[in-house]
Design a protein around this ligand. Structure first.
Ligand SMILES: *[C@@H]1O[C@H](CO)[C@@H](O)[C@H](O)[C@H]1NC(C)=O
Length: 301
């Protein structure tokens, strides 16, 4: 099916020329903002042409990596994550999904399409989910340094307790990519759950901050994500040495980082909704969303 997709695309490009509606700079979506004040696109359904974008990136012959952590009871979410990724995540492109788990034997056997690969890596379990969360940045940093450097172009780091429901593809690619959290995007920034204690390296002052971004999905080119992972890890560890843990752990550090280093592309909450939330009217498509779960049942503490 993958090969068919690529063949059809090539046919369109080479034989027919690529056909898509005429772009306009005066007509488009008016119910949402599709560019930030620093001129990064905000990706919403209806602001891009998938076939056009795919043809651009097919020519570049890109490889996209995804990381996902399935530690402890979170392993139960892995099957749906992997199966729906096969249906919706960069279909037709070369993809490497890295699963980090303490139970490699429990990783479901999901059939991957041609050009797509599943790589399983062992990691130790931890007594505290906060620690698992902190170790993620370290593992992402090391993975980029030791494994991905030469054969991957883009990486996305995604939460396992989520599912794909619709296309997540080349429209999401950029140097540094952040996803707007579905819970706060209509709120005043004073209400964002940033870390508010100045003693923490994740601190964001009351009059600061652009958006509240998700810790559960971020990405970009390797160099940018490496810089992010290294910085967040160091800040987390330096905080820990002083007995401080940011309000939302890595998500707090990521938000501080994205305030200081503006993302070059911002993905709308279509890219990480929450199943318990009713869909708002401006969200025409839910592409990826967190499943409903009982924290008491799945977290180790
Ligand atoms: C595309 O990239 C893959 C993997 O990096 C490589 O094996 C292949 O030869 C490349 N194809 C082209 C047409 O450059």
């Amino acid at each position: 099916m993958n090969l068919k997709f690529v063949a059809v695309l090539l046919f369109l490009v080479v034989v027919l020329g690529l056909k898509y509606p005429q772009p306009s700079i005066t007509h488009g979506r008016t119910d949402v903002v599709s560019v930030t004040p620093w001129l990064a696109p905000v990706v919403w359904e209806g602001t891009f042409y998938p076939v056009l974008l795919d043809s651009i990136y097919q020519k570049r012959n890109i490889t996209v990596a995804a990381t996902v952590f399935a530690v402890g009871k979170y392993i139960r979410f892995l099957k749906d994550f992997l199966e729906t990724a096969e249906q919706h995540f960069f279909v037709g492109f070369r993809v490497k999904v890295y699963v980090f788990t303490d139970q490699p034997n429990e990783v479901p056997k999901v059939k991957m399409a041609a050009g797509r690969e599943l790589v399983v890596r062992s990691v130790p379990n931890s007594k505290r989910w906060q620690e698992i969360s902190a170790r993620r940045m370290e593992i992402i940093q090391t993975l980029i340094e030791e494994t991905l450097k030469n054969d991957v172009d883009y990486i996305f780091c995604l939460d396992v307790d989520s599912k794909f429901h619709s296309r997540w593809g080349t429209e999401s690619l950029g140097e540094l990519v952040a996803v707007i959290h579905p819970g706060y995007y209509k709120d005043d920034r004073s209400k964002f759950p940033y870390e508010r204690r100045p003693a923490s390296r994740a601190y964001v002052a009351p009059g600061e901050g652009d958006f509240y971004y998700c810790g559960g999905a971020f990405g970009g080119v390797l160099a940018e994500v490496h810089q992010l992972a290294q910085t967040c890890r160091k800040n987390f560890e330096d905080d820990a040495k002083e007995g401080i843990e940011a309000a939302w752990q890595e998500e707090s550090h990521l938000n501080r980082y994205m305030w200081l280093n503006k993302p070059s592309k911002v993905l709308s909450p279509e890219y990480l909704w929450q199943d318990f939330k009713a869909r708002n009217s401006e969200v025409r498509v839910i592409r990826f969303s967190g499943v409903i779960k009982n924290y008491n049942e799945i977290r180790p503490n």
